[in-house]
Design a protein around this ligand. Structure first.
Ligand SMILES: Cc1cc2nc3c(=O)[nH]c(=O)nc-3n(C[C@H](O)[C@H](O)[C@H](O)COP(=O)(O)O)c2cc1C
Length: 327
């Protein structure tokens, strides 16, 4: 029988399917359920920078919680000590209760005073830290270079303070995306999560109001993560966790063939329930058996650009052929 064990962030995971940061991992019961359902690791619901640095009650006064899908779960109480203590307690209890790796998650927008708390995650036993940082690029006076420098500063400051592995959960909206990935790699990221799926705004045309966009992903959204995993996995020293749009076992296999060490899933679980993890594992296992692969290492990255017989397939030349019908 195929061995599904994989290495991610220097950790050994019983299989490559990790439950991504979300309300599914915001409680001890939720974390245990993920393990019982066969997850390879869990990324806990994020602690938000604002929860550490601001007085949450005044910050959220009058806020419409329905539009803050990510933040909702934690903005029910008020003091910052409450948020930090509750979060650290969750990390500590989760570590004592499950065998699979527990990855803490921080959602931040700046290299602010919250950094003074970063070391506390490792003190309570987190196996790794996932940083979900999004410096909003909607200020027209701010250049791409300035934004990139902020990311560099943020990452370096965290790296200085934390010795456990760090995964950086990044967006895809960089003009020099490959360069950005390599910069995180060179600054000491142990992994990159490709990619974060950002909050979207929609409009209700009947009452002419802005409303939250679709919070969960669709299966076809996996394409961008697959493409960049395939392009970059052979070039980076750090690991890749493919995230967004992984809804079935076939997509898990594709991500591994492209060079991912793990996949993060959230929407599939919300839509289909925890049984989806077992289904994904079964699909992966039977595919490996059928193909004669004894371990993940036997095929991981087999089709990444660096190892591919057709490296151009990941890039524009193949696109031109496809669109112009030249073959
Ligand atoms: C309801 C909900 C809450 C989420 N909360 C967080 C969060 O706190 N921190 C975070 O980094 N990502 C959060 N995410 C994003 C997921 O971790 C994941 O990156 C995203 O949903 C894409 O993966 P998927 O296509 O499998 O859903 C959330 C997603 C959903 C749907």
């Amino acid at each position: 029988m195929a061995d599904l064990t994989t290495r991610y962030l220097g950790l050994t995971l019983p299989n490559p399917i990790l439950v991504a940061s979300s309300r599914l991992t915001s409680t001890l019961a939720g974390v245990k359920r993920c393990e019982e359902s066969g997850a390879g690791a869990v990324v806990l619901k994020s602690l938000f920078e604002e929860q550490i640095t601001a007085d949450a009650s005044s910050m959220m006064e009058g806020a419409d919680y329905s539009i803050h899908a990510d933040a909702f779960d934690f903005f029910a109480n008020s003091s910052k000590d409450y948020f930090i203590d509750t979060y650290l307690d969750l990390v500590e209890k989760a570590k004592k209760s499950v065998q699979i790796p527990v990855i803490a998650s921080l959602n931040c927008v700046s290299a602010g005073s919250w950094l003074d708390y970063a070391h506390r995650f490792e003190e309570v036993g987190a196996d790794a830290l996932e940083i979900n940082a999004y410096i909003i690029p909607s200020v027209a006076s701010k250049t791409a270079l300035e934004i990139e420098q902020e990311y560099d500063l943020l990452f370096k400051e965290i790296r200085k303070r934390v010795s456990i592995p760090i995964a950086f959960k990044m967006g895809q909206n960089f003009s020099g995306l490959a360069h950005r990935m390599r910069s995180f790699d060179e600054m000491g990221a142990d992994g990159l999560v490709l990619f974060n799926r950002f909050y979207r705004t929609d409009i209700n045309i009947e009452d002419e109001s802005t409303v939250p966009g679709k919070v969960v992903s669709s299966p076809e959204e996996y394409a961008t993560s697959l493409q960049w995993t395939g392009l970059m996995s052979g070039e980076l020293d750090c690991d890749i966790c493919a995230n967004t749009g992984v809804h079935d076992g076939e997509t898990v296999i594709k991500m591994l063939l492209a060079g991912a060490s793990s996949v993060g899933i959230c929407s599939a679980l919300i839509k289909e329930g925890h049984g989806v993890i077992g289904n994904m594992r079964d699909t992966l296992e039977s595919w490996m058996d059928r193909k004669g692969y004894a371990s993940i290492a036997d095929f991981k990255g087999k089709l990444c650009q660096e190892r591919s017989n057709e490296p151009e397939i990941w890039e524009r030349s193949q696109y031109i052929k496809a669109v112009c019908g030249i073959s």
